[in-house]
Design a protein around this ligand. Sequence first.
Ligand code: SF4
Ligand code: SF4
Length: 472
Amino acid sequence: MYDCKSRIATEFINDEEILDTLEYARKNKSNRALIDSLLERAKDCKGLTHREAAVLLECDLPDENEKMFQLAKEIKLRFYGNRIVLFAPLYLSNYCVNGCVYCPYHHKNKTITRKKLTQEEIAREVIALQDMGHKRLALETGEDPVNCPIEYVLESIHTIYNIKHKNGAIRRVNVNIAATTVENYRKLKEAGIGTYILFQETYNKKSYEELHPTGPKSNYAYHTEAMDRAMEGGIDDVGIGVLFGLNMYRYDFVGLLMHAEHLEAAMGVGPHTISVPRIRPADDIDPANFTNAISDEIFEKIVAVLRIAVPYTGMIISTRESQKTRERVLDLGVSQISGGSRTSVGGYCEPEPEEENTSQFDVNDTRTLDQVVNWLLGLGYIPSFCTACYRSGRTGDRFMQLVKSGQIANCCHPNALMTLKEYLEDYALPDTRQKGEALIAKEVQNIPNEKVRATAMEYLTELHHGKRDFRF
Ligand code: SF4
Ligand code: SF4
């Protein structure tokens, strides 16, 4: 039976409820009165239920779909302004004991090179990332209790936070590692991680079991209940996601929202972020083998409806997507993107030798971080390297309250400008610097609070004179 407060995976992600929801959405896909009323209500930015959002996703009325996209853009602007937060993934190890059929790190793959970074190698990678201008990382590892135990991950986090090279610093380390125990989540929290990220891949239990035939990840319940354990271990910022293209997108879309509703109902705080990756080619993986791949049009609609359904949850898109697709979804709802990414184990410090291949997927958007920053500036966005909330203790429900009330914008906007200023001073190429300075000069005037504006201007001057790391 469906129970969003239950701690049992098949009760809070209930197959019957999802199928019922999809049936309800199908029946109402042309119900103009209902769709209009949902769009009207969603204007209050309080979100929609999984059932309501499913109707919007299924809607086949072109004019209503147009209204939907417009509303997504308005909500995006209201909560996130024109800021886009930047981050980079750092792959520590690709040893894996699991048998996921869509990932080249699966344990049966004999053609991929297995690699695990030493602490010295991590330090070199981090210096290279700092020299690009990154401040926020997402750590990635395969699951392997022998080659990549929790102690290794903790030591790596410690190494990363302690590297101070020139003006560089990694100020927030998010972690994407396999589902683990409450005790291990507690250790990650103590190590000072930002968000704990774990993708469900698919919420459909039967498909999940087919896609994960062997290894600890094949346990659907243990994987699906991981965020509850993470929160029990004290991590209050968690990031969820599915790998679109593995299962029916409608099913996973509803599952994703039910997961968000469950976390809010049972644990008191919804997910900090939602990621929307689509399957990509990799070493022994051909996306053509996955027949549920979704088109760009559907992908854009998923982003737009998620934005309307969970306005206060950050949305992430990686370099799996092309520049063109990324550009289309930025104003529809995406608030964070990666830039200048390497998906190999190592590879920032020096490119991977040709005879080696350790990548999890082929990067689609291969531009450098400076090119990405320049592109965002050209589109009128403020590239932000802000990490202030977690460092100021604004996490979990404290963070959500600020976001839901809209007050967070008083921090995000000046912080975006100040971290962009740091980037321009320390790392930008001349054209990027010129565009960035012009944008800062214009945007600083848009800080509504007079006192905050004056302080931000003061800080910007100090940043120009060499001081670093101001935040609201
Ligand atoms: S998706 Fe994760 S768990 Fe599965 S094979 Fe790849 S690295 Fe291992
Ligand atoms: S102020 Fe907080 S919410 Fe805003 S960009 Fe910075 S870290 Fe994110």
